[in-house]
Design a protein around this ligand. Sequence first.
Ligand code: SAM
Length: 204
Amino acid sequence: MTLQSIEIPDSINQIEHSPTAIRLMDLASEHIDAFMSDNESVPENFVNCDFRLVDQSLTWMEQTHLLQGRRFCELGSGFGVAAMLASLRGMESVGIEIESDLVDASCDLAETLGLPAKFYCGSFVPRNLSEVFELGREVEHVETHEGEAYQEMGLDLDDFDLFFAFPWPGEEYFFETVFEAGAAVHSLLLTYRGRDGMHLVRKT
Ligand SMILES: C[S@@+](CC[C@H](N)C(=O)[O-])C[C@H]1O[C@@H](n2cnc3c(N)ncnc32)[C@H](O)[C@@H]1O
């Protein structure tokens, strides 16, 4: 198994957003600001990605017919906005997040918006892939103390067509390791890499 890199053109930043996506992103930003000011102990690993770039990447992937199916999973979903943007497009969308406060906040936001995205509290690091799990214990911003979320979801890594994650700098390799070890052949992993934008790989 290998990962094939797929170049995303810089021109995606010209892609327009739908009015519903704009509403989602605006409301999410308001909810995140309120969450940050109400909570003295904001989970230390939570930083949100560039939602606009996620939405533009999803539009571009649909336009270029890169998706093989409609199941989406956000690994470490935080406020779950990427999962909700996918849900807005009719994808069957879930987020896995280890911090229960963030899971509650994403469920509230999805309910406010009437979106069927589902959020599960637990770890995205599968325990049955023991080498991957052991590797995960060494990754600073990936928590492994909680049980995995897959059993509760009734879905495994290899049931999804597209994953999204925002790894901390230097930890991208771990998300690719999880993806390569457990995801289905032909599925895609989209990662947000801060100033370096979006990165897309397909498992071949
Ligand atoms: C950098 S934030 C990204 C949040 C969101 N994906 C976004 O892009 O806005 C990473 C998130 O992963 C969560 N996280 C860390 N380890 C995890 C694990 N093993 N399973 C699930 N979530 C995890 C953190 O609590 C944090 O909310």
